[in-house]
Design a protein around this ligand. Structure first.
Ligand code: ATP
Length: 216
């Protein structure tokens, strides 16, 4: 892989990280020719809280990406007090890297369909590209709100190399290996007293067992 100026961020709760996240992030790194930074988020108090602590979610990510240099971790949202809006995280990152550096926010198709409900969502396009990962069961374009169609229609790009040529503003759809896995299903599996072998990396499962997480 050649050195790339593009910085790609994939936010999430990662409660726990699973192979749906990891395979998608790896394929995104390859397709975008970029390092992908996995960015665990704090969860707002009014939303269901993760079962694992912030430190545990971070540790599971560290264990999961060991030996994969194209994946990194960005823990900035955990270091702040209280949850952060993606737009504020990108403003902070943009201030660090300057106006010219291409940035991309990677989201699953389920998250992208809800983008218009995110704080100051239109400003996201001024700050970064959006890369939309296919995800089994996620809303399709037919279900998107009109405002999202309007933005996507004028921003769509079909060549990943274009994301390297401008700093922000494009929407790129990336078809990744369809893996119908969610952290919810993984937690439910533990809840039934089963172990989600091969849905979560075995080293992460070993950590979950050691920590007594998810009622192992
Ligand atoms: P939960 O079931 O707890 O809501 P989740 O499995 O959706 O969790 P998150 O940590 O919320 O995982 O997801 C982080 C990001 O990864 C989101 O943008 C989400 O759309 C994407 N993502 C998660 N699982 C997959 C998958 N199997 N395929 C593609 N994208 C995924």
């Amino acid at each position: 892989m050649t050195a790339s100026p593009l910085i790609a961020l994939m936010g999430g709760t990662f409660d726990p990280v699973h192979i749906g996240h990891l395979r998608a992030a790896l394929e995104a790194a390859q397709a975008l020719n970029a390092t992908v930074r996995l960015m665990p988020s704090q969860v707002p108090p009014h939303r269901p809280q993760p079962l694992a602590s912030a430190a545990q979610r971070l540790r599971m990510l560290e264990i999961a990406i060991t030996g994969r240099p194209e994946l990194q971790i960005d823990a900035r949202e955990l270091q702040r007090i209280g949850p952060s809006f993606s737009v504020d995280t990108l403003i902070a990152l943009r201030a660090e890297v300057g106006d010219k550096r291409p940035l991309a926010l990677i989201v699953g198709a389920d998250a992208f369909a809800g983008l218009p409900s995110w704080s100051r969502w239109l400003q996201l396009f001024d700050l970064a590209h959006i890369v939309v990962l296919t995800r089994p069961g996620a809303a399709t374009a037919a279900d998107w709100p009109e405002a999202l169609h309007a933005q996507t229609d004028v921003r769509r790009c079909t060549d990943a190399a274009e994301l390297q040529t401008v700093a922000s503003g494009k929407v790129f759809a990336l078809a990744v290996t369809p893996l119908a896995i969610s952290a919810t299903a993984v937690r439910e599996c533990f809840g039934r007293g089963e172990v989600p072998h091969w849905l979560v990396p075995s080293e992460v499962l070993a950590y979950i067992e050691r920590e007594g997480l998810y009622r192992w």
